[in-house]
Ligand binder design. Structure first.
Ligand code: ZN
Ligand code: ZN
Length: 283
């Protein structure tokens, strides 16, 4: 069976409820949003009215999984304790908003070790992930994203994610979000024929496919192994169409939401979502 839930990261400038309707209009059956400004520490408080409007839009649009992406500022393993504390508070706010809105999970980049080394980075990150989970509702899920490994970003190898998971005792509220552009830039060759299948097999062996809760579907402007994170429109980058065809027709991804985070959302998301929908074998 082909993927049932395909969509996009939708802009929320006109409101969270509007993002869902706009997503539906361009053919999305899954949507990712920011529940707060991704460039600011201070999060907006959601009013009861905003939550009610969002839930109404959710029902009206009949979307499948809707989930969020955390603030870009979050660094759970920052060397500066003050930044770590702000990050923990920010992520707690994110998961509380997810629960209030009824979202399936929050995707997080987790952090960058900034020279402390990856082991120290993962240890600090795991410690703080457990604090966040301990202070948030039981229905709020945290999905760690595979990164391109740009700079000192954690989690650019599947083994790294597996280790953080283990440091968290395999906590049931932790999932993983795989980003096609990130894994490619990190050195996983999803561009060759059969490449995506082999990479998903490796994911299954190292992490376990049952942890895969979402896919970010982006083409890459940068080369295999470059460790540089630059998204490109689908089919116009170095990954190419075959990977995306394999992705939306992979039996293990039938109920995993697949969303694009490509540039020029307002004008190009419709095209990129349509591109994915058209690659499905059963339309
Ligand atoms: Zn992503
Ligand atoms: Zn990226």
């Amino acid at each position: 069976m082909a993927a049932r839930f395909i969509g996009a990261h939708m802009p929320t400038g006109k409101g969270l409820d509007h993002a869902l309707r706009a997503g539906r209009e361009i053919g999305c059956t899954a949507v990712q949003v920011f529940t707060s400004s991704p460039q600011q520490w201070k999060a907006r408080q959601l009013s009861d009215e905003q939550i009610a409007r969002f839930r109404a839009a959710r029902e009206e649009t009949e979307l499948g999984p809707v989930f969020s992406h955390d603030s870009y500022l979050v660094n759970l393993c920052a060397p500066d304790a003050e930044v770590r504390e702000k990050s923990v508070a920010s992520l707690i706010g994110e998961l509380r908003r997810c629960s209030a809105l009824g979202l399936a999970g929050a995707v997080s980049h987790v952090g960058a070790h900034l020279g402390q080394g990856e082991d120290t980075g993962r240890r600090l990150a795991a410690e703080n992930i457990l604090r966040v989970l301990g202070e948030t509702p039981d229905d709020a899920m945290l999905w760690m994203e595979t990164t391109a490994g740009q700079g000192s970003a954690l989690h650019w190898r599947f083994e790294h994610l597996a280790e953080t998971l283990e440091l968290c005792g395999g906590h049931r509220r932790i999932g993983v979000c795989l980003d096609t552009a990130h894994v490619f830039a990190a050195g996983y060759d999803v561009a060759t024929p059969g490449g995506l299948e082999a990479v998903l097999e490796e994911f299954d062996r190292v992490i376990g496919l049952e942890r895969l809760r979402a896919v970010h579907c982006n083409d890459s402007k940068k080369a295999l192994g470059s460790r540089v994170d630059r998204h490109e429109h689908l089919g116009q980058g170095l990954i190419g169409e075959e990977c995306f065809r394999a992705l939306v027709n992979h039996p293990a991804l039938e109920s995993v939401p697949i969303v694009v985070e490509t540039p020029e959302a307002e004008t190009m998301h419709a095209r990129n979502v349509r591109f994915l929908l058209d690659l499905r074998a059963d339309g």
